[in-house]
Ligand binder design. Structure first.
Ligand SMILES: Nc1nc2c(c(=O)[nH]1)N[C@H]1C(S)=C(S)[C@@H](COP(=O)(O)O)O[C@H]1N2
Ligand SMILES: [Mo]
Length: 175
């Protein structure tokens, strides 16, 4: 398998791409809500999130418009930590931004996924989704919800913003 997926080109810098508006963030009035089919619903403040064990992962970025970027270093909380804390009873998770933007994934697709709050050694810039975004290895970046605010575990898959407009739900750049 080629490192660069078909119809992609390498760019030096991450693009700034979103169809919604950057929501305000003051570090205080913010939380991540984890809800739906779970044993233990959660509400994590920014401070509580930063206090969880942190991991880093270097990954290539692929936007479906053709832009790819090598070796982005994301750091944050493994999605698996949230799974352990919340105890989901459904097989899917919907990731909702603080805006109208959302996506949905099966739990098996979320292996290695990160809730990222750092990028390339610095705080995750707001234009790239700060304070918190989802990162999903091996998927087009439309699965990587910026300004993540809510995770809802569900029994059925809820189509996300682009998926409901006809983009592939698998979001496989090599698919
Ligand atoms: N909230 C939100 N997240 C989003 C999007 C968006 O429009 N809104 N666009 C997605 C798409 S299509 C891409 S390519 C990436 C772009 O991330 P970047 O701006 O950090 O490069 O964000 C993803 N996450
Ligand atoms: Mo994209």
């Amino acid at each position: 398998m080629e490192r660069l997926p078909p119809n992609q080109r390498w760019a030096e810098e991450l693009p700034v791409l979103h169809i919604d508006t950057v929501p305000p963030f003051d570090g205080v009035n913010w939380d991540l809500t984890v809800t739906g089919l779970v044993e233990r619903p959660l509400k994590l403040t920014y401070g509580e999130l930063l206090a969880l064990p942190k991991v880093g992962a270097t990954m290539d970025f692929h936007c479906v418009t053709g832009v790819s970027v090598q070796d982005c270093l994301w750091e944050g909380v493994p999605f698996g930590t949230i799974v352990e804390m919340a105890g989901p009873k459904g097989g899917y998770a919907t990731f909702q931004a603080a805006t109208f933007y959302s996506t949905s994934l099966a739990l098996e697709e979320l292996e290695g996924a990160l809730l990222a709050y750092r990028l390339d050694g610095g705080e995750l810039p707001q234009r790239h989704g700060g304070p918190l975004r989802l990162i999903v290895p091996g998927k087009y970046a439309y699965k990587s919800v910026k300004w993540l605010a809510r995770i809802t575990f569900t029994k059925e898959k809820e189509p996300g913003y682009w998926e409901s407009k006809g983009y592939s739900d698998a979001a496989d750049p090599w698919g």
